[in-house]
Design a binder for this molecule. Sequence first.
Ligand code: AMP
Length: 207
Amino acid sequence: MRIVILGPQGSGKGTQANLLSEKLKLPHIDAGQLLRDEAEKNTVIGKNIKSTMERGELIAPSIAPKILLKRLAKNDCKNGFILDGFPRDVGQAKMLGKITRVDVVVELKVSDALAIKRLSNRWQCMRCDTVYGITLLPKKSGLCDKCGGKLVRRKDDTPALIKKRLKLYHKVTEPVMDYFKKQNKLVSVDASVPVGVAFKKILALLK
Ligand code: AMP
């Protein structure tokens, strides 16, 4: 099954994609994380990605789709994938359609107020990227339960950048929902409820 998960920052895309990945035994392709990994490389492209992310903007159309589409071409995606955070605009949606079929697009819906609250309390493990927040607190403050790695705040989770990223989401990513709705591929889920409740709803909609 080829699943795309979309939703504003703080809607729990990564968490739901991880759960789906475990349940359906399909790889979780996290667009933001792939780009953050690329940003860590000391290359011209890496530096460009890093500075764009730190401004809370989308990575250029000449860079982001190439990295994502290359990842989807790998062998582990041949039976399907859970694609999280791509496509982010209609141009990317069209590009995706040219290289692979999409079976279903899951839209996670939360208010801006809740998204801001969640992102303002988000911590990520430096080592294994596990995300913690208001509904999942680490057992030992500042340390990852899974690997003991140090928990840090993302550089783009500042109040100003959170607002900027949400604004961009409404402007350029929301039209992607209409694009898939017209293809009868869109299902929408209320993601303001607890993680397990939203996950059950998603599974029911995928049947
Ligand atoms: P996320 O982890 O989904 O919040 O994404 C973090 C950042 O990565 C975004 O603010 C963008 O700078 C970049 N990014 C993630 N996905 C995409 C994409 N599909 N196209 C362009 N930039 C992206």
